[in-house]
Design a protein around this ligand. Structure first.
Ligand code: ADP
Length: 606
């Protein structure tokens, strides 16, 4: 609405200005035309009067006239009047006003006239033009042209020749002047009295008009006036007959209007067509702009809703929109990249968090296991001595003569139970880092081979696929039998967990580098370990297996072995939903120094 006003106001002003300018231009044209026609009419009048003047001068010198022969003059005048329809009469007067001859007979009683100009003309011997008058003979509106008749020697005026000019018919002089409809040509005398008029001459001749006086020889004067008939016209006034008369041409205002209206109509049509075109152009631009803005808005909404999929480049109406679209697409791409980077970072942080939690659990577990190990080694040591005593005493009793078979049976039972107890004590001692055999460079690939050899048949019977992946050739420094025991323990546990879950089994033994360490993992697709059991896995006697099948010593003994070599043992879940048990041992440098150093370290730790 405001934009329409902003556009409409200057537009209306421009149209009004153009319309007014056209009016002024056309007004000037009409005035110019009036002035031009006035000049033409004045020239025509002047030339007619000059002709009349020449004729009158010739007549005034005619011998018949000079001799004041009335009769002969009458005949001459009749002939002349026939060829001059505007001349009302030709009268020959004596200096004292006696009528000597007339082209048209005068009414009775006009033998003598007393016109005031006769003595003047006789005296000055100069021609004279009267003001407007009503002819005393014909009753017509006339002006009289008075000429002196000089004697043969041109010394004195012997008479006067009077020419009456019919003012009503004078307008016929202007008949050939082309004029727009409603225009008038009038002739006024020095007093402003109308002496000729091209329209309604009878009505207005003799009336005083408002025609201003015009300097003889000056260019036509133009003005807008109200004429005697009350109509407004553009007038062109010009002096005729050496300023004695003024020829005035009036062109009605209606002519101006008739000329302006088509120009206005044409300009209005052009303006309307232009405005329509502008409005249509504006609507197209607004429509296109709105369409593209809507497209950008829906793209922005999509982004706001979290959809950062690539935006398609659409055709745009102009360079600015193309740049805006490019900027938008670039912004969406960088937003997507930022989000992807954030997602990656979050995933990494989540993983790190899991690793950290798992490490924390391991630390807690290891501390607890270390305490348990200390306790167990003390108990084992203390219990071992009485056990040795019991076993020794039992053997002494067995060797004594005279023992009844029943007593021997009971001694044997005593020995068996004490032997079991000693075996348990031995295992417990190994959990508490007691090394029984000397370490050496061990290739874990060989250890795995041994274990596979041992378990292959059993696993095949249980329909469990066993796979080995070894991506390192690095070795460790340990006791091969102990490491084999740990690995075997892992594989047996994996097999047992798969058996229990009843799924189609799969076990993977993986040997790989873990920084400066070598890692051995055993993965299975069994049910895995319950979260609440994770903390207890490596404690002695923790088992979930039925009595007779599990002792709960396998993992604790394994812990003791790996811990003694400064390694790490642990558990984590895997992608198959099962369990992964692993240990990591420092990779052995194969030169002797290193081995010696490690032996020293091991001795120190025992
Ligand atoms: P045992 O095998 O005699 O039970 P271990 O110390 O070897 O003793 O194992 C302790 C417990 O750890 C097992 O009873 C079992 O609950 C759990 N465990 C060990 N290995 C696995 C495995 N691969 N999958 C699921 N649980 C396992």
């Amino acid at each position: 609405m405001a934009a329409t006003l902003v556009l409409a106001v200057p537009l209306a002003a421009a149209i009004a200005w153009a319309a007014n300018a056209t009016r002024l231009e056309q007004q000037a044209v009409v005035k110019e035309q009036a002035a031009g026609v006035a000049a033409t009419a004045a020239a025509q009048l002047d030339s007619y009067l000059a002709g009349l003047d020449a004729m009158a001068s010739a007549v005034a010198r005619h011998p018949v006239v000079v001799s004041l022969d009335g009769e002969k003059a009458n005949r001459l005048f009749v002939d002349l009047l026939d060829s001059r329809p505007l001349v009302t009469n030709l009268i020959l007067l004596s200096p004292d006003g006696r009528v000597l001859g007339a082209g048209r007979p005068l009414p009775p009683g006009f033998d003598r006239v007393e016109w005031p100009f006769i003595p003047d003309v006789i005296h000055t011997k100069q021609p004279y033009v009267t003001d407007f008058e009503t002819s005393p003979f014909s009753g017509k509106s006339v002006v009289a042209l008075v000429y002196p008749i000089r004697d043969e020697h041109d010394a004195a005026a012997v008479g006067v020749l009077v020419l009456g000019v019919d003012l009503v018919r004078l307008q016929t002089v202007f008949a050939s002047v082309p004029l727009p409809e409603g225009s008038v040509i009038s002739v006024v005398d020095r007093e402003g009295v109308v002496i000729a008029r091209s329209a309604e001459a009878d009505k207005f001749i003799g009336q005083k008009s408002g025609t201003p006086p015009v300097t003889p020889g000056a260019p036509p004067v133009t003005s807008l006036r109200t004429g005697l008939d009350g109509a407004q016209r553009f007038y062109g006034d010009v002096a005729a007959m050496q300023g004695a008369w003024t020829v005035s041409v009036g062109i009605p205002r209606a002519v101006l209007l008739a000329r302006i209206l088509p120009v206005w109509a044409r300009n209005l049509a052009i303006a309307t067509a232009m405005i329509t075109a502008m409005v249509l152009l504006g609507l197209i631009i607004v429509w296109q702009t709105t369409m593209h803005l809507n497209r950008l808005r829906s793209a922005a909404q999509r982004i706001a809703d979290g959809d950062l999929s690539p935006l398609h480049r659409a055709p745009t109406p102009n360079l600015e929109f193309a740049q805006l679209q490019d900027t938008f697409i670039t912004m969406a791409v960088s937003l997507r990249d930022t989000r992807d980077a954030l997602n990656r970072q979050m995933a990494q942080e989540r993983k790190l968090n899991e690793v950290l939690q798992s490490l924390q659990r391991q630390v807690v577990r290891q501390e607890r296991l270390a305490a348990v190990g200390l306790l167990v080694s003390g108990v084992a040591h203390e219990v071992n001595n009485p056990l040795q005593g019991i076993l020794g005493t039992a053997e002494l009793l067995e060797r004594q003569a005279g023992m009844s078979p029943q007593a021997l049976d009971e001694i044997q039972f005593l020995k068996t139970q004490a032997g079991r107890a000693r075996e348990i004590i031995r295992n417990l001692s190994r959990f508490s880092t007691q090394h029984s055999r000397p370490p050496s460079i061990v290739d874990l690939a060989d250890v795995i081979k041994e274990v596979v050899q041992l378990r292959r048949r059993d696993l095949e019977d249980a329909n469990i696929a066993l796979e080995v992946q070894a991506t390192t050739v690095r070795k460790v420094y340990a006791n091969a039998t102990e490491i084999e025991q740990v690995t075997l323990n892992f594989v047996i546990n994996a097999q047992q967990s798969i058996d229990a879950s009843g799924s189609t089994g799969r076990i993977l033994i993986r040997l790989s580098d873990a920084g400066k360490k070598v890692s051995l993992e055993v993965l299975d697709n069994g049910p895995g370990v319950k979260p609440e059991d994770e903390a207890k896995l490596f404690q002695p006697f923790f088992t979930t297996k039925p009595v007779g099948k599990g002792t709960g010593l396998g993992l604790s003994v394994s812990y003791g072995i790996i811990d003694a070599y400064g390694g790490t043992i642990g558990y984590r879940g895997n992608d198959w939903g099962g369990a992964t048990f692993f240990f990591e041992l420092a990779a052995a440098e194969t030169d002797g120094t290193d081995i010696n150093d490690r032996q020293a370290v091991l001795r120190g730790s025992v």
